[in-house]
Design a protein around this ligand. Structure first.
Ligand code: SF4
Length: 424
C-alpha cells in the first residue's frame, strides 16, 4: 500500500471495503464511445475537436468503417491553434459549415471535446449554443467531452447521453425509458419483453434518430441497461424522472431480476411474468448449462476498463461458478451497482481506479485462470503465460439479455480453450 492506495468502506447497504487507487492507469479515453454511438444514432455526426492522435485513435478503433461514409470526424487543432495564434472558434464554424453543406442527412451534431481542446480551454458549449442558433431547426448542435483527462472509455457515452437529456421533449404522460445504447437487435428483444409484460409506452435513450428520442417528465420512469451512466442518471432525475434500481441484465438471472424490478414497479402479476419470461429463461439456462463445466471453479481477475466489471463479475460467479479474485473498475457508483454487489458471494477484492504496477503485481501473484484487461496489458501478460480476455470485446459484443447469455459465457470459455489447445 502506498500514498496512491487506500481502503474505504462502500457504506450504505453494502459494507464492502473498496481498494481505491490513484496512479498510472491504462484505460482508453471517452472518445472510444463514438465507435458504437455513431452506429446507434443514425442521423448524428460526432465532430471531435482534437489532435491527430485523436483522429488516429478513432480511425484505428473503427477501421472497419473506412470505406463507408462515416458519421464521425476530427477537426484537427493545428499548432497555431494550440499556441493561441488562430481563432479556433472561427475555424470550427468553417468546418461545421462545410460539413453540414456536404452532409444534409445530419440532424444532430455533437462537438466532442478532447485533451487538446481542453488544454487550450476551447469553450465547446458556447460553440454548440452559437451553432445551434445558426442551424436551427434543421440541425441540433450539442457538445460533450471525450477527453482522456476527464473521461475513461465508456464515460464518453455517459457524457453524450447526459448532453441529450436537457433537449428531450417534456411530457405529462407516463412512460418507461431504457437508458444506454445496445445493439438494435438486443434493444428490440428487451423492449419486446417489456411490452409483453403489458407496458406499452416504452422508449429508449438514445433513440435511433432525432424523431425517436424519448420524451420525459415527472411521470417518467427509467431503468439503466449500462452501469456507467452516472451523469445521465443525474440529468434524468433532474428532469423529474425516477429510476428503477435493478441488477444489470447480464445472464439469465441478471435479466430476470432486471425485468422483475420493472414488474414490481408496475404491479404486474406473477402469472403474467412467468408466462412472458419462462421460455427465454429456459433457453438461457440451457445455453449456460452447456458452458458451466468449462468455467466452474476457474479464477478471474478484472483490470478496470469499462465499468461493466461488477455486473459481469456477478454473472460469472453466480451463473458460471467462477471464482473472483479482484474486480477492478475505473469508477464505482455505488447507487448504480449496489444490486449487483449485494448478490456477489465470497467477496473478492473490489478496486476502484488504478495504479497499474501495483495491480500487475497482485495479478501475477494470484496467477488467475483468466485476466480481463485492456489491449495494452494483454500482450505482455500473455507473454508471461497468463490467459487474457480483451475487455473491449465485452463492449463491442452483444451480451445483454436472455438470448445473449450463452454468448457472454462463451466469451470467457474461448480464451481458456485457446490456452488448452496451445498446451497440447
Ligand atoms: S482525447 Fe486525449 S487521450 Fe483521447 S485520443 Fe485525444 S489526446 Fe488521446
Amino acid at each position: 500500500m502506498n500514498e496512491h492506495s487506500k481502503i474505504e468502506n462502500m457504506g450504505g447497504c453494502s459494507e464492502i471495503p473498496v481498494l481505491k487507487e490513484r496512479g498510472q492507469r491504462e484505460v482508453f479515453c471517452g472518445l472510444t464511445g463514438i465507435i458504437w454511438l455513431h452506429r446507434k444514432i443514425q442521423d448524428a455526426f460526432f465532430l471531435v475537436v482534437g489532435s491527430r492522435t485523436c483522429a488516429h485513435l478513432l480511425q484505428s478503433a473503427a477501421g472497419v468503417m473506412i470505406f463507408a461514409e462515416p458519421r464521425f470526424g476530427t477537426a484537427i487543432l493545428e499548432e497555431k491553434d494550440l499556441a493561441g495564434m488562430a481563432d479556433a472558434h472561427e475555424e470550427l464554424d468553417r468546418e461545421v459549415a462545410n460539413l453540414l453543406e456536404r452532409r444534409p442527412d445530419i440532424k444532430q451534431l455533437f462537438l466532442v471535446g478532447s485533451c487538446p481542446s481542453e488544454v487550450i480551454k476551447l469553450d465547446l458549449s458556447n460553440a454548440a449554443e452559437r451553432l445551434s442558433k445558426i442551424y436551427f431547426p434543421k440541425v441540433k448542435v450539442l457538445n460533450f467531452s471525450g477527453s482522456g483527462i476527464e473521461t475513461t472509455f465508456t464515460q464518453g457515452e455517459d457524457a453524450c447521453l447526459a448532453s441529450l437529456v436537457p433537449t428531450l421533449k417534456e411530457t405529462d404522460e407516463e412512460n418507461l425509458i431504457l437508458v444506454g445504447s445496445l445493439p438494435d437487435i438486443v434493444e428490440d428483444q428487451l423492449v419486446e419483453l417489456i411490452k409483453e409484460l403489458g407496458i406499452k409506452e416504452v422508449a429508449v435513450l438514445p433513440g435511433r434518430d432525432r424523431e425517436t428520442m424519448p420524451s420525459i417528465g415527472k411521470k417518467s420512469k427509467f431503468i439503466l441497461v449500462q452501469p456507467f451512466l452516472t451523469d445521465t442518471t443525474e440529468a434524468l432525475e433532474k428532469r423529474g424522472a425516477s429510476r428503477i434500481n435493478a441488477p444489470f441484465p447480464f445472464g439469465e438471472e441478471g435479466t430476470t431480476l432486471w425485468l422483475r424490478s420493472i414488474k414490481e414497479n408496475y404491479g404486474i402479476s406473477d402469472d403474467k411474468f412467468e408466462i412472458v419470461t419462462s421460455a427465454p429463461r429456459k433457453r438461457a439456462q440451457l445455453g449456460l448449462k452447456k458452458l458451466r463445466t468449462s468455467l466452474q471453479g476457474k479464477t478471474i481477475f478484472f483490470f478496470p476498463d469499462s465499468q461493466l466489471e461488477i455486473p459481469l463479475a456477478r454473472f460469472l460467479s453466480r451463473e458460471c461458478g467462477m471464482k473472483l479474485i479482484e474486480v477492478g473498475s475505473p469508477y464505482i457508483n455505488r447507487s448504480l451497482v449496489d444490486k449487483d454487489l449485494e448478490l456477489i458471494e465470497d467477496m473478492p477484492v473490489i478496486s476502484e481506479g488504478q495504479d497499474v504496477d501495483l495491480q500487475l503485481d497482485r495479478c501475477r501473484e494470484s496467477n488467475p485462470d483468466i485476466t480481463v484487461c485492456g489491449l495494452g496489458l494483454a500482450n505482455p501478460l500473455e507473454a508471461e503465460g497468463l490467459t487474457t480476455k480483451w475487455a473491449i470485446e465485452l463492449v463491442f459484443t452483444p451480451i445483454h439479455g436472455y438470448e445473449q447469455a450463452q454468448d457472454l459465457a462463451e466469451l470467457f470459455v474461448r480464451p481458456l480453450k485457446r490456452k488448452e489447445a496451445l498446451l497440447i
